[in-house]
Design a protein around this ligand. Structure first.
Ligand SMILES: Nc1ncnc2c1ncn2[C@@H]1O[C@H](COP(=O)(O)OP(=O)(O)OP(=O)(O)O)[C@@H](O)[C@H]1O
Ligand SMILES: [Mg+2]
Length: 330
């Protein structure tokens, strides 16, 4: 029998169906429990060896999705599949073994590394847990991975606080890669860094992806970064995906008004070519009590009556290009 890849079909590494995560919160001593609808019925696939970008404003639920896939947060409902494995059905022991394949690198290179541990131990500790290697083997693997991320053997004997932000992020990437994962969640991995350092780290992440045959879930609020990194993009708003498509679909043929607004907010390098801006109206509503109908209607410049009363389904307009809007653009 021919495999999906042999037939030229796209093979998905991760498949998410109807994922929901509501956080219970209590605002005052006597108030009842309310729910933050951080991720509210989301479905998407991440093709193997691709970079799948999630973009959206602060609080839209990006981090919650990333952490839920790794089961660092337990969802309320939905399905998360890693190839044929149902991630949510794994017990604690199975999950511990599986975790090696899925790693996360988060935004803050200052807090994510233990300040009083040598780099050698920060990177080597996962090897000890997962592979039970000898100390010579661990030393060699740590040295090799440091070189892969542009650091040197001597850096093994320094503490994390002795490094710059960019170098710390290299260490954090090395700590993940040393376990030979297949899937990496990169949650705003460069947004705390200076612009010049950002570019270097993004370039490194791209070449590591190629060298290690990795698949990335790349989370950012920065469209220029997503343009550089991603093959596929999901645009999030208030816990839901508004639009999903290839990078070309999203940048060349945006169909959701929210995507258009985000694209309009990227500064154009040539000020003479500035397009007329369509500006969003008002503030982002609370995810505790999101608007009825289309969640974006309160800020949408093209809003009609139907948008207030009826929630649109997400529908496929062309192959792989989906939009959750009653009146898609283009
Ligand atoms: N542990 C928690 N308890 C309660 N609410 C939470 C918790 N974690 C996240 N939230 C809320 O869920 C929503 C989504 O948060 P999330 O961190 O996923 O957003 P984000 O898109 O990653 O934002 P940012 O760009 O600021 O990182 C927000 O309203 C946030 O306040
Ligand atoms: Mg976040």
């Amino acid at each position: 029998m021919q495999t999906a890849e042999a037939k030229g079909e796209i093979k998905n590494l991760i498949s998410i169906e109807h994922l929901k995560k509501y956080f219970a919160i209590k605002q005052g001593l006597f108030s009842s429990v309310k729910y933050v609808k951080a991720v509210d019925d989301i479905s998407f696939d991440i093709p193997k060896n691709s970079v799948f970008g999630i973009v959206g404003e602060s609080g839209s639920g990006k981090t919650t999705i990333g952490r839920t896939i790794l089961r660092l947060i337990e969802p309320n409902s939905g399905v998360i599949r890693y190839l044929s494995t149902d991630i949510l059905s794994l017990n604690a022991r199975e999950l511990r073994i599986f975790r090696r394949k899925m790693q996360i690198v988060s935004q803050d290179p200052y807090n994510s590394l233990h300040p009083r541990k040598l780099v050698k131990n920060i990177i080597g500790e996962g090897l000890q847990i997962h592979f039970k290697l000898s100390s010579e083997e661990i030393y060699q693997r740590v040295k090799d991975i440091l070189e892969q991320v542009g650091l040197r053997e001597e850096h093994m004997f320094r503490y994390a606080h002795e490094f710059s932000g960019g170098q710390r992020q290299r260490i954090a990437v090395a700590r993940s890669l040393v376990l030979k994962p297949e899937f990496l969640v990169l949650d705003e991995p460069t947004s705390a860094l200076d612009v010049s350092v950002q570019a270097v780290i993004l370039k490194m992440l791209k070449s590591l992806k190629r060298d290690f045959s990795l698949t990335y879930l790349f989370i950012t609020h920065n469209l220029a970064v997503i343009d550089y990194m991603a093959d596929y993009i999901a645009v999030m708003y208030l816990g839901q995906i508004m639009e999903i498509g290839s990078k070309n679909d999203i940048f060349s043929c945006p169909m959701h008004p929210y995507t258009l607004l985000l694209l309009n907010s990227i500064p154009h390098p040539d000020p003479r070519k500035k397009k007329k801006k369509v500006l969003p109206k008002g503030e982002i509503p609370s995810p505790i009590d999101p608007p009825q109908g289309c969640r974006f209607h309160t800020r949408c410049p093209f809003m009609k009556d139907k948008c207030v009363n009826e929630e649109p389904e997400i529908r496929e307009i062309s192959k792989g290009h989906l939009v959750k809007c009653h009146f898609p653009l283009n």
